[in-house]
Design a protein. Structure first.
Ligand SMILES: [Ca+2]
Ligand SMILES: [Ca+2]
Length: 156
């Protein structure tokens, strides 16, 4: 029987921890910024007798942070083809389960309606080569297409 000195046990634990950290570092890729603007096309069904009055809130989450508001557009009144002027830039680290949640909100006199919510997995978005990311509204009442427009060319 061999008695193991406690410092050896400690050292073995530290080595295992270092290996674990290395795996985590290898599994998650490099961080880079991603920039986009937002627009919507062919909107209909928000209001009776007038066009939609839309703005968007963006919430973000990842493996290390819970959902939080991380962006908001201005409100565009009576426009079924809104092009929001705001430019959003977020840091993206591959493999960290980053998500964006876009709430498309129609302003009304009485109260504002969330007419659609879109969940985007950022790894999936980033692996898309195109500059336009199309998100059709799923609802029957309010129709239209919501778009994320990448504003920086992806490196090859
Ligand atoms: Ca309206
Ligand atoms: Ca409205």
């Amino acid at each position: 029987m061999r008695f193991v000195h406690s410092s050896e046990v400690q050292q073995a634990k530290m080595q295992r921890f270092a290996i674990l950290l290395l795996f985590v570092a290898l599994a998650s890729g490099q961080s880079r910024n991603t920039t986009f603007t937002l627009f919507a096309t062919d909107m209909s069904g928000c209001d009776t007798g007038s066009a939609c009055d839309l703005h968007v809130t963006i919430r973000c989450s990842s493996v290390s942070s819970d959902w939080k508001i991380c962006g908001e557009t201005s409100k565009l009144q009576d426009d079924n083809f809104p092009v929001w002027p705001e430019v959003f830039t977020f840091e993206h680290t591959e493999g960290t389960s980053q998500r964006w949640r876009f709430d498309l909100i129609d302003e009304d006199v009485a109260f504002n309606d969330v007419i659609a919510t879109f969940d985007v997995i950022v790894d999936t978005y980033e692996s898309n080569a195109g500059n336009l990311y199309q998100l059709p509204l799923p609802g029957n009442e309010v129709k239209g297409i919501f778009w994320i427009h990448r504003r920086t060319l992806k490196e090859p």
